[in-house]
Write a protein that binds this ligand. Structure first.
Ligand SMILES: [Zn+2]
Ligand SMILES: [Zn+2]
Length: 289
C-alpha cells in the first residue's frame, strides 16, 4: 500500500485559484500517533517531494509578486529543515506549532491586521497569549512589526501545507485501519508539472525552470542528487542524454546546453558558478588530469 502525492490529485491540489478555500478550517488536528507512524514509514525523499509539490503549487497558483515569493520560499525552507533535515522532534515541533497557529480563530485576518499596524490587545494577540505565543514566535519570529509583515505573506504557505498534510493524515488513518502494515513505495515515475517548479521562457524559446532560494536549498540539501529529487529521475536522465551537464559540485542542471564552463585543464568537470568551482577545488584537484 502506498501513500502517493500526485499533482493530479485534485483533493490535495485543487485547480481553483480561490484563496478563501485555503484559510484554516476548524478541525485540522495533528494526531501524534498517526504522525509518528507516518514519520517512521515515509522516507525523507517522500517528505521532501511533498514540500516541493506544495511549495510549487502555492507559488504557481497563489502568488503574484516577487517579494512574496522570497518570503514564501523562506517558509518552505523552514518546513524542509524541520521535517526533512531534522529529526522526529523537530518535525513534530513545527507541525504542532502550525496546528496551534491554524486553529486560532480568524487567523488569516488577524495576521493581516497585525501586518498593517492595527493594535491588538495582548489578551487576544496570538504573539502574546500564553497558549499560543511560543508557537507563533517559533514559526514566524519575535513579536515585532517586521515579523507580522512577513507572517501575513507566509501564512498561505503554512495554511496550504497544513490543509494538505491533514488530508494525507486522514488517508493514512483510513489505510491503516484496513491493513495491518503499510509499506510506502516511492513513485518511480514522479515528475513535476507546471505546479511544481517555476518555469519561464528562457533561452532561444526554451521553457526552463527558474531557481529561487528554495530550489537552491533543496539542491544543496540533496547534493549532488537534488535535480533528480526536484525533477524526477526520468526528466534528469533525458536532459543528460540530450547533452545537458550537471554542476560537478552542487549537481544543478544546465538551463541550456554549454551553459556551465568546464575545468580548463581536463574538460571533465563543469561548474554552475564561481562558488561551486571554488568549493570543489580540493576534491577536483585530485581527479584532474
Ligand atoms: Zn553548482
Ligand atoms: Zn580538471
Amino acid at each position: 500500500m502506498a501513500l502517493p502525492v500526485s499533482m493530479e490529485d485534485t483533493e490535495l491540489f485543487g485547480k481553483t485559484k480561490c484563496l478563501d478555500t485555503e484559510l484554516p478550517v476548524a478541525g485540522i488536528k495533528l494526531d501524534v500517533e498517526t504522525f509518528d507512524q507516518m514519520f517512521n514509514s515515509l522516507t525523507k525523499l517522500w517528505w521532501s517531494r511533498l514540500i516541493i509539490s506544495v511549495r510549487g503549487y502555492v507559488i504557481n497558483y497563489y502568488l503574484k509578486s516577487e517579494e512574496t515569493i522570497f518570503l514564501v520560499d523562506d517558509a518552505f525552507i523552514n518546513l524542509h529543515r524541520a521535517i526533512v533535515e531534522g529529526d522526529r522532534d523537530t518535525a513534530h515541533q513545527i507541525l504542532n506549532d502550525l496546528d496551534v497557529v491554524t486553529n486560532v480563530k480568524d487567523i488569516g485576518r488577524v495576521l493581516d491586521d497585525l501586518a498593517s499596524g492595527v493594535q491588538i490587545s495582548e489578551e487576544i494577540h496570538p504573539f502574546f497569549m500564553p497558549a499560543t505565543q511560543d508557537a507563533f514566535r517559533r514559526v514566524f519570529g519575535p513579536a515585532e512589526l517586521r515579523t507580522y509583515y512577513s507572517a501575513a505573506k507566509q501564512k498561505i504557505a503554512y495554511f496550504v501545507f497544513m490543509r494538505i498534510f491533514a488530508a494525507l493524515q486522514d488517508r493514512w488513518k483510513v489505510q491503516s485501519a484496513k491493513k495491518k502494515s503499510i509499506r510506502f513505495e516511492e513513485d518511480p515515475e514522479w515528475q513535476p508539472d507546471d505546479r511544481v517548479v517555476l518555469f519561464e521562457q528562457f533561452f532561444q524559446g526554451n521553457r526552463t525552470w527558474v531557481l529561487t532560494d528554495f530550489d537552491r536549498h533543496v539542491l544543496m540539501c540533496w547534493r549532488p542528487h537534488g535535480v533528480a529529487v526536484i525533477f524526477g529521475d526520468r526528466y534528469t536522465q533525458t536532459k543528460v542524454d540530450e547533452g545537458y551537464k550537471l554542476c560537478s559540485h552542487c549537481g544543478m542542471l544546465e538551463q541550456h546546453p554549454d551553459q556551465f564552463p568546464g575545468c580548463p585543464k581536463c574538460l571533465d568537470a563543469f561548474y554552475c558558478s564561481k562558488d561551486c568551482l571554488d568549493a570543489d577545488e580540493d576534491a577536483h584537484t585530485k581527479k584532474c588530469h
